[in-house]
Design a protein around this ligand. Sequence first.
Ligand code: SAH
Ligand code: SF4
Length: 361
Amino acid sequence: MLPALTGLSPDSLATWLKEAGEPSFRATQILEWVWKKKVPSIDAMSNLPAALREKLSASFRLAALEHTHTQGSADTTRKFLFKLHDGRYVESVLIPANPALYGETSDRRTLCVSSQVGCAYGCKFCASGLAGFTRNLDPSEIAGQVLAAEQLSGERVDNLVFMGMGEPLANLDHLLAAIQLITGEKTLHLGARHLTVSTSGLVPQIRQLAEHPQQIRLAISLHGATDEVRQQIMPINRKWPVAELFEALDFWNAKKNQKLTLEYILIDGVNDSLEQAAILGRHARRLHAKVNLIPYNTVEGLDWKRPSDTRCRAFRDVLKQAGVSATLRLEKGHDIDAACGQLRLKQETEEGIISPAPAKR
Ligand code: SAH
Ligand code: SF4
């Protein structure tokens, strides 16, 4: 399989052109076709000589992703399903101008991007972890989701969250290369401040990312304020317990001036006690973090439930009383908003690529 042109950094493209005996200004033209004009094929790059188009086509595919399905409509959340060269699937979710999603009221379009096929971390509530880990996405497959979403919707993506399938910090090299493509002036040119990486808490990588020069935002999937509660649902907590995670977050705060987000799914009878809320409030205050409360979205095959609206509000109020900025979104009918990974799971199961193990609590 030929590499995708969308995986090439401007520098690598320049090197390739030089080796092919082509003048350097062609790089600017090619980058414009790919990332700005978003052409559907190499052949459509009409100001390139035919010979160069042929050379390019002999060495590269244009894109890494083949769009196969869209769920939702232009004025609602849309989920795009993409087929990869090895027959696997990933999905991205485009959330339109939307009130109070991911912690902020916003009139911006947010794209939720996947970083891996499956996930190795096995959080007990999550569809992405259900069938285990298959592979990392490469930079063209990660940045390509943004390009494809803009092509398919005809709209510009304003915000990007790495909250789709996979654990982005377990694929850090490819993530950083993709971020270069997403933020680069000659490529997608989205501001680093509009990018949020979400992690289940990989401590060494959080520290590494803290040292990264760009002002990327960080969200932590906390989902439990104590080891006791968190490790019931997130196996990673045994490796990186809460105290070590918070130390890494202190380090993050020392390096960055963006507010951290703590994500907290509310699961009935598991992590929704007001005692957890009080402990969470103390941590969030100390870290100057905002808290994003997400009532659990039901996943087929898993029997976790969201708490009642009354309980969700009571949990939020404890945080507010502790002086923490906390958001809670209660409206229903957003079944495709969260729980990224479900569409791909369904597709791959139907095609017999995977047979998810029966879910256990
Ligand atoms: N692996 C990374 C990023 C992907 S998950 C991480 O865990 O942070 C993106 C977010 O969706 C995480 O906070 C995850 O806990 C949450 N999530 C997973 N399953 C969910 C569900 N069924 N309902 C609501 N949120 C869910
Ligand atoms: Fe993986 Fe994140 Fe899902 Fe946990 S919540 S299984 S880390 S994708």
